[in-house]
Design a protein around this ligand. Structure first.
Ligand code: NAP
Length: 488
């Protein structure tokens, strides 16, 4: 596609070619795949579709670049990351425009994602210079023992479409800070934000081969290739639990080190001592961000029976104010779902719940349009319904009631997932009891927003393992080396 589908101040950010070894490339076979605007289904780009030979070229480039990048002082890497961060902020509106164009989320939300994504680069530019080792008291008088941390090597980052910018920066900022070189396989639906990041990375001075962006329409072949490759030391994956398990199985052959940020099934528990207005505010933020398409979005509302009516009514009043539609319109709060398969899945979950006895408490319009779903509130939701077990990934609130704290904890933990959870209560002792009992990697207490660069983001159980962000995030890209020196 030669003409830009949208006005940008910096048209250079709109790239359709892959980025390997510091060069823009169409790949050996010069094939492309289309990228769509999820709101109107128009083709917005034809992106280079890489083949295995191109991926191999990228691995070689990253492998050659690794020793030099790793040998820079952490101050030098930090300074380059800071330049990259500043360029992202300077270009934030263009980056948000590209993001809304390919992903559909409302422009202000896209801008929020660009700023959130940039905080990881800022955070890890600072963490780069705080990678400390240890001196360990020696059990032998003639030995001295130290531990150093070194970059693990060439890293692959595989990312989903729901955060086309931030899921990438959350991985590659710590990897680059640690001294690793990186290959990014962005989601097929949203490769443009990744390519735009590479334009600014090059401008910031990230050397050739250190960061490579590899769009491809063959994710399984690419995944198999990465898992089998001996020069790739680590795969950091964000996406579905199904794909995470697949990569773990395939990666076993080379004992690939993995970080897996997988799906969730977040409970949002409101006790009868809670501030219901605050809970509704938190519910809107946690449920409807990105049209319900985030891994930490509330999946199951568990509301104490004493406040059920009040909560439902207040939630419906707020949901009724939300505008659904084109992410580029100023008043849109809920954009389109990502693609037809997503619409079908949400439709299936809705019908299944209704067939099994759920009641529609609120709906402006239950008919599902081609790309956008209006918000729906379902009550009398039970554990046997598919939407109680699977991620809804759409703007449907599924509400169940409970009577005791033990019951709420039981229902909340009755899932194989363990990513985010939320509770609303004013009782301090209950906060401790319930947060400790919840089998989740993250608990929001009286808040529906929990993601920051400074915190360890990640799950337990089948939501995966590894942590992103925080002082722990860089560990995922380092090895510990113990050195024992005889001084006799
Ligand atoms: P997905 O189907 O697993 O895809 C994620 C990424 O993996 C995409 O780039 C995809 O490529 C690629 N992929 C698919 N099959 C692969 C394979 N066999 N080998 C290697 N790569 C493969 O997940 P999704 O539906 O795009 O993303 C939504 C999921 O991500 C949800 O479950 C959500 O909860 C989860 N998520 C988790 C977090 C977290 O931090 N825990 C954050 C955001 C999202 P294609 O695009 O080409 O299919």
């Amino acid at each position: 596609m030669n003409r830009l589908p949208i006005d940008l101040k910096n048209a250079d950010l709109f790239k359709q070619e892959a980025f390997i070894n510091g060069q823009w490339t169409k790949g050996t076979e010069k094939k492309t795949f289309p990228v769509y605007n999820p709101f109107n289904k128009m083709i917005i780009a034809e992106v280079s579709d890489l083949q295995v030979s191109d991926l191999d070229h990228a691995v070689q480039a990253a492998n050659i670049a690794f020793p030099t990048w790793a040998k820079l002082t952490s101050y030098e890497r930090s300074s380059i990351l800071t330049k990259w961060h500043n360029l992202i902020i300077e270009n934030e509106r263009d980056l948000a425009t590209i993001l809304t164009l390919e992903q559909g989320k409302p422009f202000q939300e896209a801008l929020g994602e660009i700023r959130y994504g940039a905080t990881f680069i800022d955070w890890f530019s600072a963490e780069a210079v705080r990678v400390y080792g240890d001196i360990i008291p020696s059990p032998d008088a003639n030995k001295r023992i130290s531990v150093i941390k070194q970059p693990i090597g060439v890293v692959v980052a595989i990312t989903p479409w729901n955060f086309p910018n931030a899921m990438i920066t959350r991985k590659i900022a710590p990897a680059l800070a640690a001294g690793c070189t990186v290959l990014v396989k962005p989601a097929e639906d949203t490769p443009l934000s990744a390519l735009a990041l590479a334009v600014l990375a090059k401008k910031a001075g990230i050397p050739k081969g250190v960061l490579n962006i590899l769009p491809t329409s063959k994710p399984v072949i690419a995944g198999d290739f990465f898992c089998a490759h001996k020069n790739i030391q680590k795969i950091s994956f964000t996406g579905s639990t199904k794909t995470g398990k697949y990569l773990m199985e395939k990666g076993a052959a080379t004992l690939k080190k993995l970080s897996l940020e997988l799906g969730g099934n977040a409970p949002f528990i409101v006790f009868d001592d809670a501030d219901v207005d605050a809970a509704v505010k938190g519910a809107i933020l946690s449920k409807y961000r990105n049209a319900g398409q985030t891994c930490v979005c509330t999946n199951r509302f568990l509301i104490h029976a004493n406040i059920l009516d009040a909560f439902n009514e207040k939630l419906a009043l707020e949901v009724n104010k939300m505008k659904v539609g084109d992410g580029f319109l100023d008043d849109t709060q809920i954009g389109p779902l990502i693609n037809e398969a997503a619409i079908k899945k949400v439709n299936f979950l809705l019908n299944d719940a209704i067939e099994k006895g759920a009641k529609i408490f609120y709906s402006k319009n239950t008919s599902v349009d081609i790309t956008v779903i209006s918000p729906i509130i379902l009550t009398q939701v039970t554990p046997d319904m598919a939407l109680s077990k699977e991620e809804i990934f759409g703007p449907i609130s599924a509400i169940t009631s409970f009577s005791t704290e033990e019951e709420a904890i039981y229902i909340a933990n009755n899932t194989e997932f363990g990513l985010a959870s939320y509770i609303y209560t004013k009782d301090n002792a209950r906060i401790h009891r319930v947060t400790e009992a919840l089998q989740y990697g993250m608990v929001g207490v009286n808040t529906g927003i929990i993601s920051y660069a400074a915190v360890p983001f990640g799950g337990i159980k089948e939501s995966g393992f590894g942590r992103e962000g925080s002082k722990y995030g860089i560990d995922e890209f380092q090895i510990l080396k113990y050195i024992c020196t005889d001084i006799s």
